[in-house]
Design a protein around this ligand. Structure first.
Ligand SMILES: Nc1ncnc2c1ncn2[C@@H]1O[C@H](COP(=O)(O)OP(=O)(O)OP(=O)(O)O)[C@@H](O)[C@H]1O
Ligand SMILES: [Mg+2]
Length: 471
């Protein structure tokens, strides 16, 4: 940026103005000074001078003229760096002129030119309302004026530079703050992801161990119960045959035989043998159901820890959802309306069994959240890549108008074992298993919910999840 060499002299004495001209104006600046005269209606130096330093000089005869010159210069974006102002002038004096000039241009450096005995500095400061004012005592010599002009134009330039630098610094600071905020947001997102995957992987290891340990004993308990059930059916048949034998033996039996038979009948009645025979079968049935349920949990845990490794295959996601709906249809509350809006989807290469498990979990949650006459919307659509390097994919949205999830609980729903359902009803694994399955397919699972309004779960899958499902 060019140095500001513009100087304003305000003095009613033509001799003083001439002296300033002699000392400060140079031939190089006379043209500029003439333009200044045309603009501000003030006097301009036309005489050549031998000054080494060249200043653009504007001369005013009184305070009002000087203030107008400052206004005009500002409007032209050509502010003055320095003003030499005579203290004692007709009209407004130098102190008042300074006050008015500073009111419109606070940057200008002001030098008050005064005779020794005229005014006390504190009087001038009181009127000008600033104490950074300089004084030049009359009679002055040319060196003094040059020094003032040189030092103060330099000071003006330095200050302007400082202001520009401060503004730049502020912009840089704001940018830095912005970057910092973005960085913090990114770190938080990454940390959340890490925590989530850390939870998942440690649970996966635990689940694999538990699944392995439980699977063996539960399978032989299940097998044995099945055998007991079959045995008890045979024993029941045998005892029925004995009962018939007892009936026929009673007729015409010896008294000894009769008392033995009566003893047997009494024993049977006392010990409710008929009831026991009936009950053994239902006890075995209930136990078998119990072991089947344990088996299901083990299977879920195995799925969670990716024990089941099948090959990924091209899958029609709409058909996979239909299959799941057929399976869970019986578990929906009466009159739950299912509204489907299947889009046309390309096949998704994935693990269909695992994907089915994801849809079961989401749909079961939706079915459990709605009341009678509730609605579950299922929609699917193809996702067009927003950027060139985004993989093409599909989106599945399942929305229910159930009880929704309180804001505070939303971040927890993917946590393993987080459940709000009564003990025995939910394991709290449904969504965490589903989340892991979707992630292992390279996809995203997102949940959005408003209390009392409902919940939307979105599953986003890349078309090609091959090779990722076994991570
Ligand atoms: N559609 C939904 N509407 C309301 N709350 C939901 C919904 N889906 C999930 N939740 C909340 O998230 C919790 C965790 O869900 P998740 O499926 O992981 O476990 P769960 O359903 O409780 O048990 P599980 O699925 O093992 O039977 C639920 O207990 C419930 O509070
Ligand atoms: Mg669930």
């Amino acid at each position: 940026m060019d140095d500001n060499q513009r100087i304003l002299v305000i003095d009613d004495d033509p001799g003083v103005r001439d002296a300033f001209k002699e000392i400060l104006a140079s031939p190089a600046t006379s043209g500029i000074a003439e333009r200044g005269a045309a603009l501000f209606g003030v006097e301009t130096p036309s005489l050549p001078s031998c000054s080494l330093q060249s200043y653009e000089l504007t001369l005013a005869e009184n305070g009002e003229q000087g203030v107008r010159a400052v206004e005009g210069a500002l409007a032209q974006h050509q502010p003055f760096a320095v003003a030499f102002i005579d203290m004692n002038m007709p009209g407004i004096d130098g102190a008042e002129t300074s006050r008015r000039i500073w009111a419109i241009d606070p940057q200008i450096k002001i030098v008050i030119v005064t005779a020794f005995s005229e005014y006390r500095p504190c009087d001038i400061i009181n009127i000008a309302q600033r104490d950074d004012i300089f004084y030049l005592r009359k009679p002055f010599n040319s060196e003094e004026i040059k020094q003032f002009a040189n030092a103060l134009t330099n000071a003006w330039d330095t200050e302007r530079e400082r202001v520009i630098l401060a503004a730049k610094l502020e912009t840089v600071n704001a940018e830095l703050e912005d970057m910092n905020k973005n960085l913090q947001k990114k770190v938080k997102e990454q940390t959340d992801l890490l925590i989530q995957s850390e939870k998942m992987s440690s649970l996966g290891v635990l689940a694999a161990g538990v699944a392995h340990e439980i699977n063996n004993p539960i399978s032989f308990v299940h097998g044995n119960l099945d055998t007991i059930r079959k045995y008890s059916a045979s024993i029941k048949k045998l005892l029925q045959k004995y009962s018939r034998l007892e009936e026929s033996a009673l007729q015409g039996a010896s008294p000894e035989m009769q008392s033995l038979l009566t003893e047997i009948q009494e024993f049977k009645a006392r010990h409710k043998i008929d009831f026991i025979l009936e009950d053994i079968v239902s006890l075995a049935d209930e136990s078998l159901e119990g072991t089947r349920r344990v088996g299901d949990i083990v299977k879920e845990l195995r799925g969670f820890s990716h024990i089941e490794d099948a090959a990924p295959q091209p899958t029609d996601v709409n058909a996979a959802i239909e299959k799941v709906l057929n399976m869970i249809g019986g578990k929906l509350k009466p009159k739950t309306e299912i509204v489907k809006a299947y889009g046309e989807l390309p096949p998704v290469t994935c693990y269909p069994q695992k994907l089915g498990q994801v849809f079961i979990n989401i749909l079961m949650n939706a079915a459990q959240a709605v009341v009678e006459n509730g609605t579950i919307h299922i929609s699917t659509s193809q996702l067009m890549p927003a950027k060139d390097d985004d993989p093409p994919g599909v989106e599945i949205r399942i929305t229910d108008n159930g009880h929704g999830i309180p804001d505070a609980e939303i971040p927890k729903v993917f946590d393993p074992f987080f459940t709000t359902k009564p003990a025995g009803e939910g394991t709290g694994l449904g969504l965490s298993i589903s989340y892991d399955i979707v992630k292992s397919h390279g996809g995203e699972m997102l949940i959005d919910s408003s209390e009392k309004e409902g919940t939307t779960v979105r599953v986003i899958l890349p078309l090609d999840a091959e090779g990722r499902g076994t991570s």
